[in-house]
Write a protein that binds this ligand. Structure first.
Ligand code: PFF
Ligand code: NA
Length: 452
């Protein structure tokens, strides 16, 4: 290893849990999970999603944390260390870090939208306005390149200023501030949802399974989302695991992070659907659910001015703690493998993410006619490459490596040391057979679907 100082570690178990949960809990939970649940008919989809988290997501999360902690290196270096040389498995590290790079560039643009909405909520752009005006704000934002670039820049600067502080003084400290705030905000909005007139309908929508609404496509969507939501295949969990003390029980730690992520996604659904039903709107409005439907809901509810501010703040905090893990996963590579200092690595990568995010911000305005893959805009193309290909490829390689090719067994057995006797065999079965097969199936269908 080329760096001179001893490698950083998390200061406490709680610090790790909050940082890793911060990575996991993001736009995926609060923006994407509710809208795909809406599109896929509710209850039955939620059930399938929970099964995917338990059988595929959780075992791969543990595999990533294990790789990180065992090697104490970034995702690329980890595979050099494991094999004692540069081998084919290095590609798993490269694909992961590459995915983190691509995803950060556009995640930050979407996060910029949430900042814009915090601002709009503060200046009262939603309250008392007619539906068309509130809904029109989103198309207005998407059509405005410079405005999106400005918020994207601000968001990247926020990430940079946290990651530059390092593992304990930057990421851990801010996770300990932002995650409790996020939780408090969500709790408030959840209680608000449960007290609203739409509570019964909201609960029924999320928890009454109607299997007639379930298509093979929904199952794939659930499986793909299980990956994204747990921050898998993007080097984040390998990197965060690499700062974890050897004393920690990996099984318990990974389980807590996954439970927090799942609990928060469910709570977000229960904060959102009841109020959507209460004002008689559609739960199946797709990606616009958060940026169009929710502002309309808040424009009509009593107390909506304050609720809107809280909601978009919640979304911004969630996005921020996720984005810093994407940045840290890349920064760790430059520090561990290239011997860069943290400030230089962070500045360089944040700058690069900003530049690569610009065409994303221009995708639906100045660059509207530019199609990268098929008929897709730049934004849709980079999202396609990262979520449909890089994540499942990285996940498949990691599951295969850990399940079949990792020679040392100490870490794997240690992983389950704190769990009951059946946990190791259960995990081993899932990582060897179930996870690789499931991921290979997603990959196959995604390729079919996009015709690449
Ligand atoms: N898990 C995050 C979410 O659900 O929004 C997204 C994400 C963050 C994915 C960080 C990957 C990652 F490394
Ligand atoms: Na998530």
């Amino acid at each position: 290893m080329s760096n001179q100082q001893p490698r950083a570690l998390w200061a406490s178990r709680l610090g790790f849990i909050l940082a890793a949960a911060g990575s996991a809990v993001g736009l995926g939970n609060i923006w994407k999970f509710p809208y795909i649940t809406g599109l896929n008919g509710g209850g039955a989809f939620v059930l399938v999603y929970l099964v995917c988290i338990a059988l595929v997501g959780l075992p791969i999360m543990m595999a990533e944390l294990m790789i990180g902690r065992h090697t104490r290196r970034d995702a690329v270096g980890a595979f050099i260390q494991l094999e004692g040389r540069r081998s084919f498995w290095l590609s798993a590290g490269w694909v992961s870090v590459g995915a983190a790079f691509i995803i950060l560039s556009y995640y930050s643009v979407v996060a910029g939208w949430t900042l814009d909405y915090v601002y709009r909520a503060l200046i009262g752009s939603f309250s008392g306005q007619p539906t068309e005006v509130v809904e029109g704000l989103f198309s207005g934002l998407i059509a405005d390149g410079p405005r999106q670039i400005a918020w994207h820049l601000l968001f990247i600067v926020l990430c940079l200023s946290i990651v530059i502080g390092g593992v304990q003084k930057g990421i851990e400290r801010w996770s300990k501030i932002l995650m409790p705030l996020l939780f408090a905000l969500l709790l408030l909005l959840f209680v608000n949802g449960m007290l609203s007139d739409g509570a019964r309908q909201g609960l029924a929508f999320m928890f009454r399974p109607d299997f007639a609404k379930l298509t093979p496509g929904s199952v794939l969507e659930a499986l793909g989302h299980a990956f994204f939501t747990l921050s898998l295949g993007m080097a984040a969990m390998i990197t965060y695991g690499s700062y974890l003390s050897r004393q920690e029980n990996l099984f318990a730690a990974g389980l807590r992070v996954a439970l927090l992520d799942t609990g928060i996604a469910l709570m977000a659904g229960l904060a959102i659907f009841p109020v959507v039903f209460a004002v008689g709107l559609e739960p199946a409005s797709g990606p616009g659910l958060i940026f169009k439907t929710i502002p309309v809901v808040f424009s009509q509810l009593p107390g909506g001015y304050l609720l809107a501010i809280l909601f978009f703040l919640l979304l911004s905090f969630a996005a921020l703690t996720s984005a810093i893990s994407l940045l840290e996963a890349q920064v760790a590579y430059l520090i561990d493998e290239r011997g860069w200092g943290r400030p230089k690595a962070t500045g360089f990568l944040a700058g690069l993410a900003f530049v690569v995010g610009i065409p994303t911000a221009l995708s639906y305005n100045s660059l509207g006619d530019w199609h990268l893959i098929g008929e897709r805009s730049f934004f849709d193309s980079v999202d396609l490459i990262a979520s449909n290909y890089l994540l499942p490829i990285a996940g498949l390689l990691i599951a295969l490596y850990v399940g079949w090719f990792w020679k040392g067994t100490e870490e794997k057995e240690e992983l389950m040391a704190g769990g009951a006797g059946w946990t190791y065999p259960a995990w081993h079965f899932l990582i060897r057979y179930v996870a690789p097969l499931a991921v290979a199936v997603i990959l196959y269908y995604k390729m079919e679907e996009t015709g690449v």
